[in-house]
Design a protein around this ligand. Sequence first.
Ligand SMILES: [Zn+2]
Ligand SMILES: [Zn+2]
Length: 672
Amino acid sequence: MPRKIVVTSALPYANGPIHIGHLVEYLQTDIWVRFQKMCGNECLYFCADDTHGTPIMISARAGGISPEELIGQMHKEHESDFKSFYIEFDNFYTTHSTENRQLSEQFFARLNEKGSIVTREVEQTYCEKCKMTLPDRYVRGTCPRCGAEDQYGDSCELCSATYQPVELKNPRCATCGTQPVRRESKHYFFKLVDYGQQLRELVAGGYTQRSVANKLDEWFKVGLKDWDISRDGPYFGFKIPGEENKFFYVWLDAPIGYMASAKNYCDKNGLDFDKVWNSDEYELYHFIGKDIMYFHALFWPAMLIGSGFKTAEKLFVHGFLTVNGEKMSKSRGTFIKAGTYLKHLNPECLRYYYASKLSNGIEDIDLQVEDFINKTNSDLVGKFANLASRSAPMLTKKLEGLLGELDGQGRELINKLAAAKEQIIGDYEDLKYASLVRRIVAMADEANRYVEQNQPWVTVKTEPEKTRVVLTTIINAFRILTIYLKPILPEYSKRVEKFLNVDELRFADVERVLENQKINDFERLFERIDEGQVNAMIEESKEGQSPQPAGPAQTEAVEAEAFKPECTIEDFEKIDLRIAKVVNAEPVEGADKLLRLVLDVGGPQRTVLAAIAKAYKPEDLMGKIVVYFANLKPRKMRFGLSEGMILAVGTGGKDIFMLSADAGAKPGQRAL
Ligand SMILES: [Zn+2]
Ligand SMILES: [Zn+2]
């Protein structure tokens, strides 16, 4: 019995272009969906643009267009990028739709009826100059817990404290620098607390990977908090029924967007939405990145349970992308947009590369440029395509394009390749793509050895019929490998199907053998790539640092920050900036953002707790030369004493860049 499956990928935010970091998820999901379809299962893949919230509103404002225009432009761009990477949604919709509005209102009404929605007066920060309530990330100030300056309105990068924007000391608007005022306002809250037990059971029942469940257990231990699901206008989103100037928080209607996309698809295709989304007949899977676990493992299932919908069979969580061991960076040119990649390289090279790195864990995956070039040239060109390019033209030019029959040796090889089918299928199902790619490469090596042993290019002149048998074996081996690779390389496989003169290949075709039939003329399948192409792409990505037409609001706003008031050289001289060398770096237990650094500053060593753990690995810091604020009053933290601080720039999390000194600077030297 074929399975019936519904799959979603996280919704891309309609505030900027798709980049190669996003593509990890869409490619991981697309490969899985294609695999299911190739097994003969019915598999529906839904996604949409996530279109609401303050950043969209601010970007549109900055670009002098309406939010609707902005999200319309982005939708076209996203759709075209996805298509170019052969990411094939059954429906790519938008959260700014009638279906989504109706469903969001339905959720709200049902949760309200159940007593899961309450209202409370909250104090919020309002910028009188920008005329808006400032969301967490649009207000900065001093951490109320540890006193660290320049922290976001929701959490401290240094001590990991979480708080409300009103609790910040010396708050200011991140957009215009004005000191915001406090305003009281009624907000709607979803009582997540009421769902603690059900969520625990869900997670214990295998809702997600073990490593994710461990993280969730930590959150359960700390205790769940009620969730503020409303925002005051002006806000781009859905108005809360019965309210004049209050809207659903974007994170309420975003996951409902999965359903809205499904509903839109069902209505267009004459399917019963309730059956597709909410019956046991269909399995449901969400693919997400680890940054949005809280929303998808807690809020979303709780909303579904509370509204009488089923929850997903499984939440698949993946890690982030790094490039050459570092986070994607605009200055290094590794923040590569999908569109920029496409100008220089074949999208299937990236599909293959990601597949060769992806496991079912939440570890980050690293794109090593050199490795990427090697894998493309050695595997795709040298091992897979090579099998066909060495055999197919010989068959069509010298042997009438007619396949013969396998002999004993040939059948042995083919049987061996075919026998791997169940393992390959198992690995696809379990998202162990790296493992199955390794298997396929090993099989391609074996097939290429067979070619070397039999040397058809030698025998074709003297023993054409024997050569026909050998070429038939090679073509059949190549065909089986193509079936195994097809979820990863859909376009390549299409070209193979054309020259093999066969219907769309499926897993069920592995056991069939092509004999005594004609094949068509061979077309080249892959071109080698070189460093020049990759470098050109990286160069272009560096140039691409100028703001987007509409501009991603958040980072631009921070970059446009005003200077602090003037000070004198005497003021500066109070600050003792030193060159320091990192002699030890280690994680801090219980604080996943912090690293404990031991510094050589010329005299006695100093220990600093730095909130850089998301951006740097301890082993990469050993011996690094950094700039150190030596006479900052030591601060006692929960995790020990931090003596002074390391200078860095960035918005926090993965976006942190430590300041360094040019070669020759020695530990202990003072900055003048
Ligand atoms: Zn402002
Ligand atoms: Zn703090």
